[in-house]
Design a protein around this ligand. Structure first.
Ligand code: B12
Ligand code: SF4
Ligand code: SF4
Length: 350
């Protein structure tokens, strides 16, 4: 290994920190074992309607198929927790409010991480000259958690999120594929779940079928974000007041006692997404929905899916006159999907 590559790798860590990444790691891209798990997962159909997960085949696990000549992956993580966990727990416990996953309360992470990663590549280019690279953050077929684990950024817990001893799991992951043969960091941290299985026990829909194995079709994050059509009837009562994503398996994880709040102003929670009354959420017009979710990852579910999710949560809320009125106001909505979920919710209160 040349001294200049070793110096460059050290600098990449420093520049990454200066750009706001909480950890940076470098790894070679081989993921044979994770590829086997991915193919098993797809074979069982656990990806549901996320066709993009199956479409790219081994490009997801073989970096060189995505960017020919890839020698190393620079993996980064950035904390996103906007406030203390007590606030998340009290939002979840208030059945009249809609719970929104903590990751979605601030600015869309795709934009934040991508622009920072691009700045990191420009910094590297200044020092190393022109080199081949591509940056990703949930933006292409990449096994991001597996790469981050291999780069020493944490371990994949039984809930299938990546977590680290020093900061829990409330962070995003992104990476740079490069043809630079940089020295790699120590692979994965030791796994520290031990005998714990709190995440498996708490999951409202039993989506974590076994340690490290998630049937996405049952996960509330999938049901409220990825699933475009009707939510299965048997799962609706289990969704509670979660109207966008779910954090339960992270909220219960003992390692999240060490969670760090995000230092990133872009990830600050926006009003009115915190403490949002379900009745108010149901009254949002498309224009209001678009205004309140501008620049947020939530926007991509669109207004109809939003109303669908809120209808389910209102069906699970305690019966009050305003709950019934909010539902009735949407009973003749032009969307068949919205009407069907509203009908279901009204029947729960009849
Ligand atoms: C598809 C997807 C989803 C799906 C499926 C989740 C999943 N576990 O796969 C759904 C919609 C449910 C989802 C939900 C969430 N997601 Co998501 N999602 C992704 C995405 C696009 C791909 C993940 C993937 O490759 N899945 C494929 C399967 C095979 O992987 P896996 O279940 O993790 O299995 C791995 C291991 O568990 C192990 N394994 C599998 N089976 C077995 C069996 C045995 C015996 C063993 C030992 C190991 C093992 O190997 C597998 C491969 O490494 C990534 C972005 C990306 N491009 O990587 C974001 C990503 C994973 N999501 C993210 C987030 C934040 C979430 C949510 C927290 C959002 C929310 N609050 O609602 C939830 C968490 C739910 C959960 N418990 O995982 C972050 C996670 C950050 C972190 N700290 O880990 C990512 C990395 C996005 C990002 N760039 O930051 N997500
Ligand atoms: S995000 Fe929620 S539904 Fe999905 S696995 Fe975790 S606890 Fe279960
Ligand atoms: S709750 Fe327990 S089993 Fe689940 S990820 Fe955290 S430490 Fe591991």
């Amino acid at each position: 290994m040349s001294e200049s590559l070793a110096t460059l790798a050290r600098n990449i860590h420093q520049w990454g920190h200066a750009l706001g990444f909480d950890r940076v790691g470098i790894t070679d891209p081989g993921l044979e074992e994770d590829e086997r798990h991915l193919l098993n997962w797809l074979g069982r159909g656990w990806h549901g309607e996320m066709d993009y997960m199956a479409r790219h085949g081994t490009r997801r696990s073989r970096a060189a198929e995505l960017m020919p000549g890839t020698q190393r992956v620079i993996s980064v993580r950035m904390n996103y927790l906007p406030h203390a966990l007590g606030e998340a727990r009290s939002a979840l416990e208030d059945p009249a409010s809609g719970y929104i996953s903590r990751y979605a309360l601030g600015r869309d992470y795709h934009k934040v991480l991508r622009s920072r990663l691009k700045r990191l590549t420009r910094r590297i280019e200044k020092a190393a000259g022109v080199f081949r690279c591509r940056v990703f953050t949930d933006s292409a077929p990449v096994l991001e958690k597996a790469l981050a684990q291999k780069a020493g950024l944490g371990w994949i817990g039984k809930h299938t999120n990546l977590l680290a001893e020093d900061s829990g799991s409330w962070f995003f992951i992104g990476e740079i594929y490069t043809n630079l043969p940089l020295p790699a960091d120590q692979p994965r941290q030791q796994e520290h779940c031990g005998e714990c299985q709190a995440c498996i026990d708490v999951c409202p829909t039993d989506a974590i079928i076994a340690p490290y194995q998630l049937d996405a079709r049952r996960c509330i994050s999938y049901l409220t974000i990825e699933l475009k059509g009707s939510i299965p009837l048997s799962l609706r009562p289990l969704i509670g007041n979660r109207i966008y994503g779910c954090d339960d398996c992270q909220l219960v994880c003992p390692w999240n006692r060490y969670a760090q709040l995000s230092a990133e102003p872009d990830f600050r929670a926006r009003t009115p997404l915190t403490n949002l009354a379900l009745t108010q959420a149901m009254s949002w017009s498309e224009e209001t929905f678009l205004r309140h979710t501008e620049g947020s990852a939530m926007r991509r579910i669109g207004h109809l899916q939003w109303l669908r999710n809120v209808a389910v949560a209102l069906g699970n809320a305690p019966r009050t006159e305003s709950v019934i009125a909010a539902l009735r106001a949407r009973a003749t909505h032009p969307s068949e999907m919205v009407r069907e979920h509203v009908d279901w919710a009204l029947q729960r209160h009849s």
